[in-house]
Design a protein around this ligand. Structure first.
Ligand code: PXG
Length: 460
């Protein structure tokens, strides 16, 4: 039997086991069972390899998370060492471990000003769930138990647990579980490209920021606990606010004493060219949520960072805080996260994302704007979006939103590129370690796949 045939049999076996027994995230299982899942078996640098030996350049760093690239020996060793020394112990009962203590100190050094106490969870969703509990507890301790309503935004993605999905404003996530829960409401987001019409991006930014103020006035500031938002909305379609948006949000939160919880799960750890999206936009959050780039995805770990006001209140309470996971501050995850942050610092990945690497990425991204199918390119740091449109001038999209994006994404897979389609918005978020020649390869493939999509549409 040839080696190719042997691999194919193995792939088929994995696909069969998978189809029979594995419930995948965000998947139409009927459709998947018909064709079988792609089996990814190996990854190195910015490349993934599937079980048939096909190589793909990963323009999404996994799910926006592999900052330092795949297959880093240092991280494997940090995990191995921790596994041997302290495979597990918890942080309940007045106990800690060296890794989580050092990770907490390191986070205090790199986080936005004032954020210097951390609670650890295992996913971004758990982080947001925990943040909501911390904020409720904070207002109870402050003697303002009526401040309970959370305001988030349309097209926001904050995760999938009952609370995180309630915060999320992607409405297709709600009906299957009868969400959002009571007490979670949504206001406008600054998606100028899709919704700005004749307004300038700045006009749209201001109007959408003021929808927060209107909602606070409607609900009564005495009932509003917090505003929750990503600096740049990721899964909602890489929505980059204009420069006047965040200062207005900050003003409104301060005026009405509404806490600002910033979800840095995608924007954190260099993605936007600074350590955090809050740094890029000059936001002063009361709390932040981090995951993904915290460990570059090598271990499941998330952290909620508390600023002084919330931190002092919670730390100075006489009550026991009744919250925490078996794996909060897991030694192995903390060891790997710590080693990951050391790589980010040693290799100056944040500086590069805000400097040479980011500049080359943005230059190559902007070159796609001349394509007849492209209505806009936009990006910050190592984030980029490409809008596929029917009419470049009016920004009109093709009917059945998402069809053209899916077509383009399928070409990408076939040609060896992972590029995410959010509706008809193509999104890129590669590892921060990507080299100039790898970016050149990535964008050459992206152009080719957009060309193939244009050909499908009969444009060329
Ligand atoms: N907040 C933000 C801003 C996120 O982007 C979460 C919270 C939840 O994290 P966990 O670790 O619970 O998944 C996320 C996750 C996509 C995609 O397709 C995006 C995410 C997750 C899965 C898919 O864009 N973001």
């Amino acid at each position: 039997m040839s080696q190719t045939a042997a691999i194919s049999n193995q792939t088929r076996r994995w696909q069969e086991m998978d189809a029979a027994h594995h419930l995948h995230p965000f998947t139409t299982h009927k459709e998947l069972a018909g064709k079988g899942a792609r089996v990814i078996t190996r990854a190195e640098g910015v490349y993934l390899y599937d079980s048939e030996g096909k190589r793909l350049i990963d323009g999404m760093a996994g799910l926006w998370c592999v900052q330092v690239g795949y297959g880093r020996e240092e991280l494997a060793e940090a995990g191995y060492k921790a596994l041997k020394e302290l495979s597990y112990y918890n942080n309940f009962f007045q106990t800690t471990n060296p890794y989580v203590a050092e990770l907490s100190q390191k986070l205090a050094d790199v986080c936005p000003k004032g954020i210097d106490r951390f609670f650890f969870a295992n996913s971004g969703s758990e982080g947001n769930d925990s943040a909501v509990k911390i904020i409720r507890y904070f207002w109870n301790l402050q003697g303002k138990p009526n401040k309970k309503i959370f305001i988030a935004r349309k097209k926001a993605y904050h995760g999938v647990t009952m609370v995180a999905a309630s915060l999320s404003g992607l409405t297709h996530m709600h009906p299957q579980a009868d969400l959002p829960l009571p007490g979670f409401v949504h206001v406008e987001c600054p998606d100028w490209f899709a919704e700005g019409g004749e307004r300038t991006p700045e006009e749209h930014g201001l109007i959408t920021a003021r929808s927060l103020e209107e909602k606070i006035l409607e609900l009564g500031a005495e009932n509003v606990a917090a505003f929750v938002a990503e600096p740049i909305q990721g899964a909602g379609g890489l929505i980059i606010p204009p420069a006047n948006y965040w200062p207005e949000i900050q003003r409104i939160c301060r005026k009405y004493d509404v806490l600002l919880h910033v979800d840095e799960v995608i924007c954190g750890f260099g993605r936007t060219g600074q350590w955090f999206g809050s740094d890029t936009f000059g936001i002063e959050p009361d709390m932040i949520n981090m995951a993904k780039g915290l460990s570059s995805g090598y271990q499941p770990i998330a952290a909620v960072g508390l600023g002084k006001r919330v931190g002092d209140t919670v730390f100075n309470s006489d009550d026991e805080w009744s919250h925490g996971f078996t794996y909060s501050g897991h030694p192995v995850a903390a060891a790997v996260a710590l080693a990951n942050l050391e790589i980010i610092q040693k290799e100056k990945l944040v500086e590069k994302a805000g400097g040479t690497t980011g500049a080359h990425f943005q230059k190559k991204l902007a070159e796609l704007a001349d394509h007849p199918l492209v209505g806009q390119t936009r990006g910050v740091g190592l984030l980029g979006a490409i809008e596929l449109v029917k009419n470049k001038k009016t920004r009109e999209k093709y009917p059945d939103l998402g069809t053209v994006g899916a077509q383009c994404r399928n070409h990408c897979f076939a040609e060896g590129l992972i590029m995410r389609a959010i509706g008809d918005t193509m999104v890129l978020s590669p590892p921060l370690t990507i080299t100039e020649s790898e970016m050149d390869e990535l964008f050459a493939l992206a152009r080719r796949c957009i060309d193939l999509t244009a050909r499908d549409l009969g444009l060329v």
